[in-house]
Design a protein around this ligand. Structure first.
Ligand SMILES: [Zn+2]
Length: 102
């Protein structure tokens, strides 16, 4: 997987193309990710003890991880990354501007 939970990514394909969000869930076995506010699915929620509110709820659906790219705040776009060594740790950096993406 080229992205991980908590990464800021931009959607590069599909109906949510151009949306920016954080990765909420990583599903490496399925090669899919769940991104904040992307691929919203509405579901009818029945009232349960845990869910006091019944009705329609919106929840993110998983999308293919190849449809997202890491987002660089400096470049203001999705970017390719390269590995850098910083304090003896491998980090990912933007290939364009060199900013380390955490
Ligand atoms: Zn950059």
């Amino acid at each position: 997987m080229h992205v991980k939970k908590g990464d800021k990514v931009v959607v590069i394909a599909g109906s949510d193309k151009g949306k920016i969000g954080k990765i909420l869930e990583n599903l490496p076995k399925k090669n899919r990710v769940v991104v904040e506010n992307v691929n919203m699915q509405t579901k009818h929620q029945k009232q349960t003890k845990e869910m006091q509110q019944a009705g329609i709820i919106a929840k993110e659906g998983a999308i293919n991880s190849s449809n997202v790219m890491l987002y660089c705040d400096k470049c203001k776009s999705g970017v390719r990354t390269e590995l850098k060594i910083e304090n003896d740790k491998k980090v990912r950096a933007c290939k364009k501007c060199g900013t380390v993406l955490k």
